[in-house]
Write a protein that binds this ligand. Sequence first.
Ligand SMILES: [Zn+2]
Ligand SMILES: [Zn+2]
Length: 142
Amino acid sequence: MTSDFETQLRAVSLRVTRPRLAVLAALRDHPHVDTDTVIALVRADQPTVSHQAVYDVLRALTDAGLVRRIQPAGAVARYESRVGDNHHHIVCRSCGAIADVECAVGHAPCLTASDDHGFVVDEAEVVYWGTCPDCATDRTAH
Ligand SMILES: [Zn+2]
Ligand SMILES: [Zn+2]
């Protein structure tokens, strides 16, 4: 399975390094985590990796398109390794839980602007907001 990550890195001309492999593995197993969580996950395996090294890896992987950075309004940035499929996210207003929502159309932009003002539209940023099942249960229990 490591070789998949090596192939991905080589495909975008990034050198294969242990921290880069560790970040990709962490995001595969834990989608939508924030930077601190990525650092903790990487360090569980490689305790000597610095915070800065993880920041740098996240930036390099995001720039290369291997990692997608999402930042719901009012929340810290989260990262995931599921890229290129224009999926959307549903965010809990109460606890910040995030889940993937398949794009109904499958490609960007999946919403047609009622008036594009002559722009060439390449993306519609869709975020669904609501209350997750756990928080909805909490609310009715009180
Ligand atoms: Zn919640
Ligand atoms: Zn996602």
